[in-house]
Design a protein around this ligand. Structure first.
Ligand code: HEC
Ligand code: HEC
Length: 443
């Protein structure tokens, strides 16, 4: 399925070069290359995001969505009660955090770029950065699997080591730098086998959570009548509740989406030129394809490494090899979505590029400083040669990427705002202390 998609993209590319040869030439003149919105839509076979794919055991239910929303913003999930999912995936930052590397547990000083690292309240030791850039949670409902098609069982994380939102939701809790779950193996009176269990035990100790889980999972609750009431809270119901909230965070009202839906005036002329280049000369759509602008393939594109790196190679990040342990996957990362990319700088798995212009320079210039361990032949074939884009063509592609922005204009305030309180009684997102005043642009 995916191979043929790649072939079709390539075919479209070659055909467009033949039919619309002017686009293939470098030309700095802004009036050149007028792109017909009508034919571009057809030539590139542009499709909207489809309906949300739901797992059979987790259909959309208001009670689960509401419960998942509480969980998402509740610092009870953080080992030191000071970090929630929203610490790194905040609605004010398009469900990312605008940082190169997230500051999770023990961070102080506010949100996103304002956060500074602190010392663990348990060990007194400084806590390191999370080694990868936070991706957005927007539209992860459509993450695809190996077929390239959106599914409830799609790939998650930069290296695709986890499938499905339900399973993903259990992972940050157990990460030392993210939520420090591993510091709490035996937290509270229950004998907790793992950090996830210790967090589940915390939830079981909050009567409002027990009540809400029972309502959101009536069948599971009925099956648990033999055990204690609180046992309706397990890793499965927890994961499904969290995923139920995240899965609704779909944004399908960008200028690009309106254009695909038939509005010929939704894109500016620069964006239309950028679209044409994106699908042709610049080769972007060979990987950033389909309604998600990702083929969900694992690709070596030779991004330079910054930051602490990952476990297998300290100081470096081997990408998918960390998970498959196959050297063929060294430095392969999942093609990320480009939806809302304007809102989620910095870019790449290690946030090494601050602007979309820097990303474009990286792709345009085959010899751009890249990972010292990556030779040209290691790179995906589409990336081996310089693209020869002019400055104005680069700007057009950047403009096109900005047409993929929709900060949730059709989503309810309920989905997009932090709840005023969460069942644990902690301060939402922040935990034990009140949130610091929001600092304005001048500090
Ligand atoms: C300290 C910051 C931090 C916290 C807290 C955190 N995350 Fe993340 N999140 C990240 C980073 C970094 C990644 C990418 C990690 C990787 O790819 O290895 C990520 C990845 C994800 C993804 C995958 C997106 C994709 O397309 O692959 C989802 C979904 C997600 N987080 C949801 C959550 C949920 C739910 C919670 C709370 C239970 C949470 N995160 C807590 C930083 C954080
Ligand atoms: C061969 C596949 C491939 C091609 C071609 C490609 N990309 Fe990418 N793109 C990727 C992968 C893989 C990553 C993530 C790499 C990493 O983080 O190490 C990425 C990352 C990005 C990012 C960062 C997104 C984020 O959220 O951090 C942007 C922006 C981007 N690409 C735009 C483009 C544009 C524009 C083009 C065309 C000029 C292009 N890409 C061509 C595979 C590709």
């Amino acid at each position: 399925m995916k191979r043929s998609t790649g072939a079709i993209v390539l075919l479209i590319w070659v055909m467009s070069l033949m039919l619309f040869g002017a686009v293939g030439c470098s030309n700095d003149d802004d009036n050149s290359g007028v792109v017909s919105p009508v034919t571009a839509r057809e030539r590139f076979d542009l499709k909207p995001l489809g309906p949300i794919p739901y797992p059979p055991n987790n259909p959309p239910m208001q009670e689960r969505i509401s419960l998942g929303r509480f969980l998402f913003y509740d610092p009870l999930l953080g080992g030191e009660l000071d970090v929630s999912c929203a610490t790194c995936h905040h609605p004010a930052f398009a469900f990312a955090d605008l940082r190169q590397f997230p500051v999770g547990v023990a961070g102080r000083g506010g949100l996103g770029p304002d956060r500074i690292r602190g010392n663990s309240s348990v060990t007194g030791e400084p806590v390191g950065f999370t080694p990868r850039n936070s991706p957005t949670v927007f539209n992860t409902a459509f993450n695809a699997d190996e077929t390239g098609e959106p599914t409830h069982n799609g790939f998650f994380f930069w290296d695709g080591r986890v499938k499905s939102l339900e399973v993903q939701a259990t992972k940050p809790i157990t990460s030392r730098v993210e939520m420090r779950g591993d510091a709490y193996p035996g937290d509270n009176d229950h004998a907790a086998a793992s950090s996830l269990d210790s967090v589940l035990n915390r939830l079981r100790a909050v009567p409002e959570y027990v009540e809400r889980f029972a309502v959101a999972f009536p069948q599971e609750f009925a099956e648990w009548q033999g055990g204690t009431r609180a046992h309706v809270i397990d890793s499965s119901t927890y994961g499904r509740a969290m995923a139920s909230y995240e899965r609704e965070l779909v944004t399908r009202n960008s200028p690009y989406d309106r254009y695909v839906a038939g509005d010929d005036n939704a894109l500016t002329t620069a964006q239309l030129r950028g679209l044409e280049l994106f699908f042709t000369k610049a080769k972007c759509a060979m990987c950033h394809s389909g309604p998600m602008f990702s083929d969900f393939e694992f690709i070596v594109n030779g991004v330079p490494q910054e930051g602490p790196g990952k476990d297998v190679m300290p100081g470096d990040d081997a990408g998918r090899e960390e998970f498959t342990l196959s050297s063929a996957d060294r430095y392969a990362f999942r093609t990320p979505t480009l939806r809302n990319v304007e809102l989620t700088p910095p870019y790449m798995h290690d946030g090494v590029f601050e602007t979309l212009e820097q990303v474009m320079d990286f792709y345009n210039d085959g010899a751009f400083p890249r990972h010292p361990q990556c030779n040209t032949e290691d790179l995906h074939p589409a990336l081996r040669d310089p693209l020869g884009l002019t400055d104005s063509e680069i700007q057009d592609i950047v403009e096109f990427m900005k047409s993929l922005t929709d900060p949730g204009t059709q989503l309810s305030g309920f989905l997009l705002t932090v709840p005023e309180h969460v069942p644990s009684g902690l301060v939402p997102v922040f935990g034990l202390s009140a949130p610091p005043p929001v600092s304005g642009p001048n500090g």
